[in-house]
Structure formats: structure tokens, C-alpha cells
Design a protein around this ligand. Structure first.
Ligand code: UDX
Length: 448
């Protein structure tokens, strides 16, 4: 099939490369010439495991090309995927300007009477597709165009997105046109995954409902971690015991400093907002968002309880800046937010992240933050070590040796990567999230 992808962010670029790998002929369109030139030279604008190799492979096989040229790329695609960003605006609603402007350009360059399917992969609120249809028509003016719209939300996780695209749990396609549904089904039917064919509104809502449910799971276990701290229970054991119930499942039950990234905060907020627009007060979601904010504050409060609120005499080693492991992405990263708070209280920071240092530099600058190119370095002369991103390699460092380099053996583990007992045995004052044997016993037995 001939496929056009508009937008070469995480979703667009990965989807384009994967479709090409499946044998389709893909053109990826972006307005950023620099980005397009780099992609065509095999230089990726983002870090994503396996992406560079895949793009190089499909480009050399002649099935993948990036371009800035709207006309040729819209003419090219039988399927045109809109994969542009939908950032939250100040009120928390998804900003759809990029989506609508892409839709108008599609209309403008759509050849007369040649059937195409315009598909939204960007996460858009319920009801957006009717507006996409309208904007395509606006762009087309008086031309006679022949198209259907469809929704095909993506469920890719950053860091594992190529794997996810090939091993998805399910494919969701929504349209009011049987023809469009059949064409999209053809695209995905080789995958070993059920295909949910539904109407447009349901497809749009599935994405928000799924992400909000996962965020709810995280906030739920984070709330449980608070009860653990107050009762002397251990959240890891509780999560293990809960997760083995197949109805619950063990994934997304890691307590920590809260969820971040470009999806969960935005999508939960946007669904809450949509509910309000339809005069429904989705209180559970309000609680999910509040719990997420509080969780970060509880963690930082442990630091302030130990040192007071003036941290100006202290140097902290920090492991992790990305919003999660496996990515260089620092958008809405809770790690960055915690670092900002610590620095704001006067602390000097020495930071390492295996992939996200460049983006961290852009967010944090040089003021009281030094950047290390290895994990071991941040231990040296540190008054405390912070683990803020769940990179698995942070769990496997040579702690017995490394803690000897510290000024004080204190660890704040915001992702529960380490074992509190092992740390205690190394003479480390260990602070986790909802762990038994945490050095901070302020909450135990309900005593504040
Ligand atoms: C998410 C969805 O998983 C994906 O299906 C969707 O398409 C896009 O949004 P992503 O944003 O890449 O993917 O990250 P994800 O792995 O879901 O993690 C989101 C955040 O939750 C991260 O900050 C992570 O640290 C946090 N998290 C995740 C937890 O705090 N605990 C957990 O148990 C799991």
C-alpha cells in the first residue's frame, strides 16, 4: 500500500518505519527541513531503540522517504496518517491546531476524485474526527474529493515502540465507512492481535480510557504506598500480592515518584476536561491527578524532613532525568521536576542519565547542575544519592564500592530499585517509596 505519514515525532516516525518494514511504500512528511534532511541521512531526531537501523534499512530498500513536500506526499498516500503533536494548552485541553492544519493541507493537495483514507493516530478528544473531515473539506475548497476519515490510536510505549508496533495486544480502528475499516484491517491483519473495529467516537475514547486506566493503576499503588508508610507494610510485597490476581495483573503497579511523560499527564487531563465539557464530573480522574502531584511532594518532603528546607550546603548525586527508562525524553519528567525543587532549595546537583543528558541540559541549564557521563561519578563526595528514573542498570551498580565514595551514605530511591535491607547492611540510610525498613519512620503507626 502507499502510505503517507504527517509528522515525524515518535509516533509518526516509528509507525512510518514499521509500515515500510511490513513492505509498504511510505512517505513521511514534516515541515521541519532540518529534521527531514537528517532522517534521510539516517540521523534520528529522537532516541528510540532500533529505529535508526530500521529507517536505514527501509530507506536503502527504497520503501521509505522523508520529505517537506506536501503536494507529492499527499498525492502519494492511499492511506494518510495524521501523527502530529497534540500538546495540552493552558486549560489542559488538547491543542488541535496542528491536526486541523494538517487536515486542511490534505484537502488542499488531494487529487480530484481519488479515494483516500485520512486516519488520525494522534491522540484526539472524542468528536475530533468530524472536525478533521470538515477541515479536509475546507482545504479542498470547491474541488471534488473522495475520502473517508478513520481513527487508529497508537499504543506505543517510548523505548519499546518498534517492538510494540509488531507485538501489539490489539489494533483499534474506528470509522463510519466499511470501506475504510476494511482497508485498515488489511494493513494490520498479518499481526497476531485482535482487531477492534468500531465507530469513530469509541475508537477515540479507547485511547484516553486505556491511558487513564493505567495512570489510575499507578496512582492507586502510589496511594497504597502512603498507607504502607503509615502502617509498616511494604508496597513491593503488596503490589506482588495484588498483581498475581490475573484480574488485576502485575504491570503498572510500581510505586514511585509519580507518572510523567508526554502521554499520561496530558491524556488524563484531557479526558477529565472532555468529561467536564459533557457536564460530567469525573471525580476519580481528579483524584488520580491529585495523587500524582502529591506523590512527588511526599518524596521531596522526606528530604526536607531530614535536612530542613535550606539545602545550600549539600551536593546531591542524581541518577535519572528521563521520564522513564529506555528513552531520552524528559517531557513532563518527574525526575526533572524533583531536581528543580532540590536545586530551588539550594542543593548542588551532579546528574547522570544513560540517554537523556542532552535534553536534561536543555531543561535545567548549567546553574548548580553538573552533568556526568557515567553513573559512578555522581556518587563521589555526594551528601546523598537520588534515583529518579527506573533504568534497570541503576539497580546493578557496584553499590558496596560506590557508597564508599560518598560524603554521607544516604540514598533516596524514588523508584524502589534497591533493596532496603541490603542498603542497611552497607551502612546506607535508605529512603524509598512505601518500603518497610525505610529510614524515614515519621509516618509509621500513623504518627506524623
Ligand atoms: C504510555 C502508554 O503506556 C502507551 O500505551 C501510550 O500509547 C503512550 O503513553 P509512555 O508514555 O511511553 O506510554 O510511558 P509508560 O511506559 O506508559 O510510562 C508512563 C509513566 O508512568 C512513566 O513516567 C513511568 O515512570 C510511570 N510508571 C509506569 C510508574 O510510575 N509506575 C509503573 O508501574 C509504570
Amino acid at each position: 500500500m502507499k502510505i503517507t505519514i504527517i509528522g515525524t515525532g515518535y509516533v509518526g516516525l516509528v509507525s512510518g518505519a514499521v509500515f515500510a518494514d511490513w513492505g509498504h511504500n511510505v512517505m513521511c512528511l514534516d515541515i521541519d527541513k532540518d529534521k527531514v534532511d537528517k532522517i534521510n541521512k539516517g540521523i534520528m531526531p529522537i532516541y528510540e531503540e532500533g529505529l535508526e537501523e530500521l529507517v536505514k534499512k527501509v530507506s536503502s530498500e527504497g520503501r521509505f522517504k522523508a520529505t517537506t513536500d506536501y503536494k507529492s506526499s499527499i498525492e502519494h498516500g492511499e492511506l494518510i496518517f495524521i501523527c502530529v503533536g497534540t500538546p495540552s494548552n493552558q486549560a489542559g485541553a488538547a491543542n488541535l491546531n496542528y491536526v486541523f492544519s494538517a487536515a486542511e493541507s490534505i484537502g488542499k493537495y488531494m487529487p480530484n476524485d481519488e479515494y483516500k483514507v485520512v486516519i488520525t493516530k494522534s491522540t484526539v478528544p472524542v468528536g475530533t474526527h468530524n472536525k478533521v473531515r470538515e477541515h479536509v473539506r475546507i482545504g479542498a475548497g470547491n474541488k471534488k474529493i473522495n475520502f473517508d476519515v478513520a481513527s487508529n490510536p497508537e499504543f506505543l510505549r517510548e523505548g519499546t515502540s518498534i517492538y510494540d508496533a509488531n507485538n501489539t495486544d490489539r489494533v483499534v480502528i474506528g470509522s463510519d465507512s466499511e470501506k475504510a475499516l476494511d482497508i485498515l484491517e488489511d494493513l494490520y491483519k498479518h499481526l497476531d492481535a485482535p482487531i477492534v473495529k468500531t465507530d469513530l467516537a469509541s475508537a477515540e475514547l479507547i485511547k484516553y480510557a486505556a491511558n487513564s486506566f493505567l495512570a489510575t493503576k499507578i496512582s492507586f499503588i502510589n496511594e497504597i504506598s502512603q498507607i504502607c508508610e503509615r502502617t509498616g507494610a511494604d508496597v513491593k510485597s503488596v503490589a506482588l500480592g495484588m498483581g498475581l490476581d490475573k484480574r488485576i495483573g502485575s504491570r503498572f503497579l510500581n510505586a514511585g515518584i509519580g507518572y510523567g511523560g508526554s502521554c499520561f499527564p496530558k491524556d488524563v487531563e484531557a479526558l477529565y476536561r472532555t468529561s467536564s465539557e459533557y457536564f460530567y464530573d469525573f471525580r476519580l480522574l481528579r483524584g488520580v491527578m491529585d495523587a500524582n502531584e502529591r506523590q512527588k511532594d511526599y518524596f521531596v518532603d522526606k528530604v526536607f524532613r531530614k535536612y530542613g528546607t535550606n539545602l545550600s550546603e549539600l551536593t546531591f548525586g542524581v541518577l535519572g532525568a528521563a521520564f522513564k527508562n529506555g528513552t531520552d525524553d524528559t517531557r513532563k519528567s518527574v525526575a526533572i521536576s524533583v531536581i528543580r525543587t532540590l536545586r530551588g532549595a539550594g542543593a548542588r546537583i551532579k546528574l547522570f542519565d544513560p540517554a537523556a543528558l542532552e535534553n536534561a541540559k536543555k531543561e535545567l541549564g548549567q546553574d548548580n547542575v553538573k552533568y556526568s557521563d557515567n553513573a559512578e561519578d555522581v556518587f563521589k563526595k555526594a551528601d546523598a544519592l537520588f534515583i529518579l528514573t527506573e533504568w534497570p542498570e541503576f539497580a546493578n551498580l557496584e553499590y558496596p564500592e560506590l557508597v564508599k565514595d560518598m560524603n554521607k551514605k544516604v540514598i533516596f530511591d524514588g523508584r524502589n530499585l534497591l533493596d532496603p535491607i541490603e542498603m542497611k547492611d552497607l551502612g546506607v540510610e535508605y529512603y524509598g517509596v512505601g518500603r518497610k525498613d525505610d529510614a524515614d519512620d515519621t509516618h509509621e503507626n500513623g504518627v506524623k
